[in-house]
Design a protein around this ligand. Structure first.
Ligand SMILES: [Zn+2]
Ligand SMILES: [Zn+2]
Length: 232
C-alpha cells in the first residue's frame, strides 16, 4: 500500500503555511504537523525570550542592539534599545499573541479574553491557551497560516535580538522549497548570518547545512548545477 504519492499531482493538497504536501493522515488539516510542532516550540520559548529581552533594554548592556539607534553619524544613543522595547511594549509579543487568542476565542465562540494581570502573567496564560488549542487551529482554523507566520516572526525577532544576531543577517534570496515536487516555491526571503552553520527558512522551516549552500545558490539562480568558479 502506498502512503505517499509517487507521481506528484500539482493539485495535491499542501500545508497552507509551508510548501509541504500533506500526508495521507493530514488531509483534513490546514497546516501540517511539522508546522504545528514548530509553532508549539516557538510559543513555549516566548516567555523566556520575553524575560531575556528585558535585560537588553539598556543599549550599554548589549552593544549589538545599539546599531539601529546610534546610526552612522555618531548621534547620541537613545537611553533604551528599540528592538527589545518594541517586542516588549504595546504592539509587541504580548499584544500580538493576545490578538491571536482573541481571534480564536471568537471563532470558538468562547468568552472574551480574561484579565490575567501584568504582561508576564498575560503572556504565560496566553501561551498556555494557544499551545493547548494549536492542534485545533491547525486542523480547523482556515487562517492558521497567517497566525503561524506571526508566531514565527515574533519568535525569530526575539531570539535573534537576545542572541545578538539580528543585525548580522543578510538577505540571500527567496526560499525555493516546494518547487522541486511540482508546486510553487515557498518564496520567503532567506537571510543568513556569516557565522551560521545552516540556513533556515523562517517561512517553511526548511534548512540547508553549509555543505549544500552552493547548490542552494544555484537553485535560487534558476540553474540546476552550481556554476564553475575559480578559487576565491
Ligand atoms: Zn507546514
Ligand atoms: Zn521556505
Amino acid at each position: 500500500m502506498h502512503t505517499t504519492p509517487t507521481d506528484i499531482d500539482p493539485d495535491a493538497p499542501r500545508c497552507t503555511h509551508c510548501p509541504r504536501l500533506l500526508r495521507h493522515d493530514e488531509l483534513d488539516r490546514h497546516a501540517c504537523r511539522i508546522c504545528e510542532d514548530r509553532a508549539t516550540t516557538q510559543l513555549r520559548a516566548l516567555p523566556g525570550l520575553y524575560d531575556q529581552l528585558g535585560d537588553k533594554l539598556t543599549p550599554a548592556a548589549s552593544a549589538s542592539n545599539t546599531g539601529r539607534i546610534t546610526g552612522a553619524s555618531g548621534t547620541a544613543p537613545l537611553p533604551v534599545a528599540l528592538t527589545p522595547l518594541d517586542l516588549r511594549g504595546p504592539g509587541g509579543i504580548v499584544s500580538s499573541l493576545l490578538g491571536i487568542e482573541q481571534r480564536w476565542r471568537i471563532h470558538l465562540d468562547w468568552e472574551p479574553l480574561p484579565f490575567r494581570g501584568d504582561y508576564e502573567h498575560s503572556l504565560a496564560g496566553c501561551v498556555t491557551m494557544l499551545t493547548n488549542n494549536l492542534p485545533w487551529a491547525c486542523e480547523n482554523y482556515a487562517d492558521i497560516a497567517a497566525e503561524l507566520k506571526l508566531i514565527n516572526a515574533l519568535h525569530s525577532r526575539a531570539e535573534s535580538t537576545v542572541t545578538g544576531q539580528w543585525e548580522q543577517r543578510v538577505p540571500i534570496g527567496c526560499c525555493p522549497a516546494g518547487a522541486d515536487d511540482g508546486g510553487l516555491p515557498c518564496g520567503e526571503r532567506l537571510k543568513v548570518s556569516p557565522w551560521a552553520l545552516e540556513i533556515k527558512c523562517g517561512g517553511c522551516g526548511t534548512t540547508w547545512p553549509r555543505t549544500s549552500w552552493l547548490a542552494l545558490g544555484a537553485t535560487m539562480r534558476g540553474s540546476d548545477t552550481p556554476p564553475i568558479r575559480s578559487a576565491a
